[in-house]
Design a protein around this ligand. Structure first.
Ligand code: AMP
Ligand code: GLY
Length: 430
């Protein structure tokens, strides 16, 4: 059997590791384009993740039996539709389903159509239209908390949480002026009420009929401790029973998971792939902040270290149906992933620093280190090659023990400019 993973981050390294670990069959793993960590587990192929036709051609030539898509860009570019057109087996969301992530305006209107609880919102197509909405006062006066979101994909940089109406007004100019994200991503924006509460992410596998929930996760998006500084792709993530209590989970399933999957079916794009529901747990109940149509990074790392089922079985069922007969099981533990980043991340990460202590860190009991941005020098040294470099991950009986495992391994790793958050897993005062 030949399997191809599309992507190149820590998430894809965790996918490669989970596939290698749990497979009961002999198979060969490829990753396009992969990274230096993934190259230890699979054959990396130099094809860009959004080069849909080259990926499909490769899959045909190398007789790939199953393709797994890690990141959002290839899904939004229609990789699943193209593979299926050619009769190739692939696990991921179709281009139509990927609009739940690739257009925030589409996602909000979808939520409204299917009565999925979410923040009150308006869509604006121009700066003047947006300013008129703000001035009308419908999202509150000067002291209102208002969130401005670019409609399109923006790698986590397209959302500004404004603490006042004038801040919201500048946020509109910044986003629609193309200063923060590509202009095309912010031709439309979503204006929404600011919500308060703890955040949680609930992910699930779906084959278009049945679904299987993953353990709820929480990530830490801000670069600095106590949730300070700019947003990043994610500086760490945990899974723990405390993220979503049973009663809230049942409510999220009833009010968000099922209406979303039924809504997708009713609108002609039965959801096949991984659905990520970003939630704010407000005093009035859970509200959906966003959908993603793929694993989170670094949520995937924290989630996959708890998977006890053969991941190939799961992805085959996602691609072909039959998820209802695959019991997807998770260890009864907590887990954590601490991201180690380069100096300058998220704005201008420095690369090329020599990473020390990686081999020693990997010896810590129960610790897995997933590579996001690493490369190797001619002499075999590990070098940094991106903003997020490593995800130090562990599962254990309690969240405290998982964090202890991660941070003791982190202590062994060093490079010039390395930084990370010491407060992963702690509630911050948001
Ligand atoms: P999103 O990409 O829509 O999930 O937004 C990114 C982050 O912005 C979320 O994880 C929240 O921390 C924050 N955020 C988004 N929407 C809201 C909202 N309506 N109220 C408060 N914070 C929000
Ligand atoms: N960690 C958030 C994301 O992958 O979207």
């Amino acid at each position: 059997m030949n399997i191809l993973i599309i992507g190149s981050g820590g998430r894809e390294h965790a996918l490669a590791w989970a596939l290698q670990k749990s497979a009961r069959r002999a198979f060969k793993l490829f990753c396009a384009p992969g990274n230096a960590g993934i190259a230890q587990l699979s054959e990396c192929v130099d094809i860009n993740a959004t080069d849909v036709s080259s990926l499909a051609q490769f899959a045909e030539e190398r007789k790939i039996d199953l393709t797994i898509v890690g990141s959002e860009a290839p899904l939004a570019a229609g990789v699943v539709d193209e593979f299926e057109r050619r009769g190739l087996s692939i696990a991921g969301a179709s281009r139509a389903a990927a609009r739940l992530e690739s257009s925030k305006a589409f996602a909000k209107d979808f939520m409204a159509r299917h009565r999925v609880p979410t923040a009150r919102y308006r869509i604006a197509e121009s700066v003047s239209g947006a300013q008129r909405i703000l001035e009308s006062g419908e999202f509150g006066g000067e002291d209102a908390s208002i969130v401005i979101k670019a409609d399109g994909l923006a790698a986590g940089k397209g959302v500004i949480v404004a603490r006042s109406r004038s801040e919201a007004s500048s946020a509109v100019n910044v986003l629609m002026g193309g200063h923060l994200v590509e202009a095309a991503a912010a031709k439309r924006i979503v204006i929404e009420e600011g919500l308060e509460g703890h955040e949680a992410s609930l992910l699930l596998f779906s084959d278009g009929r049945d679904y299987a929930l993953m353990p709820a996760a929480r990530d830490h998006k801000r670069v600095g401790e106590n949730d300070t500084g700019p947003n990043t792709g994610g500086m760490g993530a945990i899974t723990d029973f405390s993220v979503l209590d049973d009663e809230t989970l049942r409510r999220v399933v009833r009010e968000a998971v099922e209406p979303t999957l039924e809504g997708a079916q009713a609108e002609g794009f039965p959801f096949r792939g991984i659905l990520f529901i970003g939630l704010m747990l407000t005093a009035d109940g859970p509200r959906v902040l966003e959908y993603n149509v793929r694993f989170g990074d670094p949520e995937a790392q924290a989630i996959l270290v708890r998977l006890q089922t053969d991941l190939i079985d799961v992805f085959e069922a996602v691609a072909h149906g039959g998820l209802g007969t695959v019991p997807v099981r998770w260890s009864d533990e907590s887990s954590a992933c601490v991201v180690l980043a380069s100096r300058g991340y998220p704005s201008r990460p420095e690369i090329g620093a020599r990473i020390e202590g990686l081999e020693r860190a990997e010896q810590h009991e129960g610790v897995k280190i997933f590579h996001a941005g690493t490369s190797r020098s001619d002499t075999g040294d590990w070098l940094t090659s991106g903003g997020r470099v490593l995800g130090v991950t562990a599962a254990a009986q309690s969240l405290e023990s998982a964090l202890l495992r991660c941070y003791s391994a982190v202590n062994d790793i060093h490079w010039d400019g390395m930084h990370f958050r010491r407060d992963i897993g702690k509630f911050s005062g948001q």
